[in-house]
Design a protein around this ligand. Sequence first.
Ligand SMILES: Cc1cc2nc3c(=O)[nH]c(=O)nc-3n(C[C@H](O)[C@H](O)[C@H](O)COP(=O)(O)O)c2cc1C
Length: 204
Amino acid sequence: MTTTLFVKANNRQESVTGKLYDAFFESYRASHPNDSVIELDLYKEKLPYLGDVMISGNFKSSQGMELTLEEKKVHEIVIKHLEQFIAADKLVIAFPLWNLTVPAVLHTYLDYLHHPRKTFKYTAEGQVGLLPDKKVALLNARGGVYAEGDSSEMAVSFVKNHLKVFGISDITTVVIEGHSQFPDRREAIIEDGLKKAVETAKSF
Ligand SMILES: Cc1cc2nc3c(=O)[nH]c(=O)nc-3n(C[C@H](O)[C@H](O)[C@H](O)COP(=O)(O)O)c2cc1C
């Protein structure tokens, strides 16, 4: 059975990201009735930051060393999310562009997924991703319009760079953009983007 993990990184009421997520989710559920679907709302999770305790806990665990109670507590959260991510066949990640990048909760979640020998390995030629069969859909809303490759856009490009480390290249992107820049066309831009999300979900 296919398992699809839906990750949401926005807790703003009436957010465009939320609408995008809901449209994709409902369409996906209707068109893939036999898939197992898991929803992960990052703002409802307790997500400790990457730092000394997490890094030493990850290291000690990889060396079979004993962890302190604090390290163990944090490490268990990391492993829970890491294993859920690895087990999913497909992922859908919905996030806004806020202050040129992703919400901090998504940055923190992505920190949990970098594990040598689990999501990537080091070789003489550099890092090699270990999850090449995973399929990902990125759902992003941004108020302005950004040209492909614009270095000030650090949300979609940021998430794609992380996925690349894990060897994931099958990435579908649905972006709703420009609804703040062009307020007179706001409703049409959003409606058009939601239709795209519905269609994309059917064949994802
Ligand atoms: C705190 C904050 C920061 C934002 N920063 C940017 C930005 O850097 N560039 C941009 O184009 N739009 C920016 N926007 C507009 C959002 O990208 C836009 O509202 C979009 O719909 C995603 O947010 P939402 O899903 O919460 O609606 C920002 C909005 C907020 C609330």
